[in-house]
Design a protein around this ligand. Structure first.
Ligand code: ZN
Length: 216
C-alpha cells in the first residue's frame, strides 16, 4: 500500500472542505449551490450533490473517474460534467470551481453584457487572474449540451460565465482556482457598484503592458 498517496489525498480532501467552508461563510455559495473539484491521480475528487459547501465531510467527498463514473463517496454533484469538460481540454488545470455567486450571476443576466467578454478590465488584478470572460449561452440544468458549450471554450479560456447561472473557472491548483473565482466575483461587484457612471477601464496599452510583465 502506498501510504504517501493516501496521505496526499487526505490532505486534498481536507483542503477542499476548508476552502469550501470559507466560500460558504463569505456568501459565495448559498444553499446547496457551488461545487469544487480537484484532479488527482486516477480520477477527480468532487463535492457531492445536494451538499452545502459549508458542511462538507472530507470522507464523503465523491471520487469519480476521468469520464465521470462514480467510484466512491457520496453521489457526485450533478454539475460534475462541467468540471470534466474543463479538465478534458486543459491539461495544466488541476482544479475547477463553479459558483452561483450573486454578483457574477447578476452580470450573466444583464441584457447589456458583452457575450465575448462579460466583464471589462476594471483592474489589473482582474485582467491577470481572470482575463477575457466569455458568456456561455443559457442551457437548462442537466442538459448535456452545456458540457459541449463549455468544452468548446475551455481550450482557450480558463474562466467563463454561464448565462443566468454562474461562473466556471479552472486553475493550476485548488488555491489558484479559488483566487480566480473570488477575483471574478469581486470584479462583478465592482461593475455593478459603478453601474450608470462613466468608468476608466484599463486601456489596450495598459493591458499590453500587463501581458508583457505578467505573461500567463
Ligand atoms: Zn451551477
Amino acid at each position: 500500500m502506498n501510504t504517501g498517496v493516501i496521505s496526499e489525498t487526505t490532505k486534498i480532501r481536507e483542503r477542499i472542505v476548508r476552502l469550501a467552508e470559507l466560500l460558504y461563510l463569505r456568501g459565495y455559495a448559498h444553499g446547496t449551490t457551488g461545487n469544487i473539484s480537484v484532479r488527482t491521480e486516477g480520477g477527480i475528487i468532487v463535492t457531492p450533490t445536494n451538499s452545502s459547501m459549508g458542511l462538507l465531510d472530507p470522507a464523503r467527498l465523491s471520487f469519480v473517474r476521468a469520464d465521470g463514473t462514480h467510484v466512491s463517496g457520496d453521489k457526485p454533484s450533478k454539475e460534475t460534467f462541467l468540471h470534466i469538460a474543463m479538465y478534458e481540454e486543459r491539461a495544466t488545470s488541476n482544479a475547477v470551481v463553479h459558483l452561483h455567486s450573486t454578483h457574477s450571476v447578476a452580470i450573466s443576466i444583464l441584457a447589456e453584457t458583452d457575450p465575448a467578454n462579460a466583464l471589462p478590465p476594471l483592474t489589473a488584478y482582474h485582467h491577470m487572474k481572470v482575463g477575457r470572460l466569455p458568456l456561455v449561452p443559457y442551457v437548462r440544468p442537466g442538459d448535456m449540451r452545456l458540457a459541449d458549450e463549455v468544452r468548446q471554450r475551455a481550450g482557450t479560456y480558463h474562466a467563463m460565465l454561464l448565462a443566468n447561472h454562474g461562473p466556471v473557472v479552472a486553475g493550476k491548483s485548488l488555491e489558484d482556482a479559488l483566487a480566480i473565482a473570488e477575483e471574478l466575483e469581486e470584479t462583478a461587484k465592482l461593475r455593478l457598484l459603478t453601474e450608470g457612471r462613466p468608468v476608466n477601464a484599463l486601456t489596450a496599452a495598459q493591458l499590453a503592458e500587463l501581458d508583457h510583465h505578467f505573461p500567463s
